[in-house]
Structures are given as C-alpha cells and as structure tokens.
Design a protein around this ligand. Structure first.
Ligand SMILES: CC(C)(COP(=O)(O)OP(=O)(O)OC[C@H]1O[C@@H](n2cnc3c(N)ncnc32)[C@H](O)[C@@H]1OP(=O)(O)O)[C@@H](O)C(=O)NCCC(=O)NCCS
Length: 160
C-alpha cells in the first residue's frame, strides 16, 4: 500500500465523512485541434468527441470559436486522465464527456472504462472549469473521493 493510500484509509476510518480530492489540469494549443481537423477531417472529431460535445462546440459561430471549444473539451479529457491517473488504462476519449448546462456551466459525465476507474477510486463528485482564448484552452478538474477501494496489494504485507 502506498503512503497516500494508507493516509486515505486512515482518514476515512477516523472521519468517514471526510473527503479526499484528486486534481487534474491540462493546457491545449487551439492550433493543434485546428490542424488535426484540417488533416483528418470529421473522423478526427468523431473519434475524440461525443455527439453532444460536437453539438455544443458547433453551437458557436465560426471555425475559430469551434476550435477553441473543442480544444477546451480535449483539455478537460486530459485533465480527467491526470486526476484518475489513467495514462495507460486504455480509456476511450469519448468515455470522458464535457457537458454544458443550460446556464453555460461545464459538467463531466464519464462512461465505460473511465466510469469504472472513477468508481474504483471512490469518486463521488466532480468539479470542472474550462477557459479558452485564441491560442490556448485549459481545464482544471477536481474529483471528490472517499477512501479508495482496497487493491490486491493492500493485503500483501511485503508490498511497501
Ligand atoms: C462565464 C464567464 C465567466 C466565462 O468567462 P470568459 O472569459 O468569457 O470565457 P472563458 O473562455 O474563460 O470560459 C468559457 C467557459 O466558461 C464556462 N462557463 C460558462 N458559464 C459559466 C458559469 N456560469 N460558471 C462556470 N463556468 C461557466 C463554459 O464552460 C465556457 O466554455 P464553453 O463556452 O466552451 O462551454 C463570463 O462569460 C461571465 O459571465 N463573466 C461575468 C462578467 C461579469 O459579470 N462582469 C461584471 C462583474 S466583474
């Protein structure tokens, strides 16, 4: 068990209502999205983004605004991957979806392997914020968790 794991368990045992947080951040150059779209066409968008994400991004006027919105959504996906520590978990891009509430606020919806990973880590809630301008888009996500579920190595006394 790692020290962070052990601390999380101790905290949860002492104060079951106590929460732990996991944070992810990402910065995405808008030009990289524009170039990929120009090179790969619609297939690129459809591989990375859900139909709702594409609809939200297309609800603005002009390619520049579209590329900014897509870059922000891509940054949100990368930020979730960091928060959940999933770089090699084979999570599909569309398993992490940035939604837009009626008032414009962003929210997250996870599907498939991303949802499974979040459940394993005890994620109870998410906060997400994005920002974009001509050159860059960024996203910050915070996952609120309880104690992580025990892993097989937790019961192995030889694991440091
Ligand atoms: C909501 C607001 C903060 C967005 O800031 P911005 O600099 O225009 O744009 P950013 O690129 O930083 O952020 C855009 C993202 O903010 C998010 N957003 C929109 N409304 C939001 C809200 N109410 N709460 C949180 N996030 C919001 C969206 O995710 C949006 O991305 P999207 O359009 O791709 O879906 C801004 O439009 C606003 O309303 N500012 C208040 C201005 C004001 O009242 N000034 C007077 C008092 S100082």
């Amino acid at each position: 068990m790692t020290i962070a794991h052990e601390l999380a368990h101790q905290l949860a045992a002492a104060r079951p209502e106590a929460a732990c947080v996991r944070v992810g951040i990402d910065l995405c150059p808008v030009a990289s999205i524009a170039e990929s779209l120009a090179h790969f066409g619609e297939r690129f968008g459809q591989r990375l983004f859900t139909p709702q994400e594409l609809a939200d991004a297309h609800a603005v006027c002009g390619d520049a605004a579209l590329h900014q919105r897509l870059a922000a959504r891509f940054a949100a996906k990368e930020a979730v991957i960091k928060a959940l520590d999933l770089p090699e978990a084979g999570v599909g891009w569309r398993d992490i979806e940035l939604r837009r509430a009626a008032d414009g606020r962003p929210t997250l919806a996870l599907h498939g392997r991303a949802a499974e990973a979040a459940a394993r880590l005890g994620v109870r809630d998410w906060a997400v914020s994005i920002s974009h301008e001509a050159a860059h888009a960024c996203a910050v996500v915070v996952a609120l968790t309880g104690a992580p579920a025990p892993t097989p190595s937790d019961s192995d006394p030889t694991t440091p």
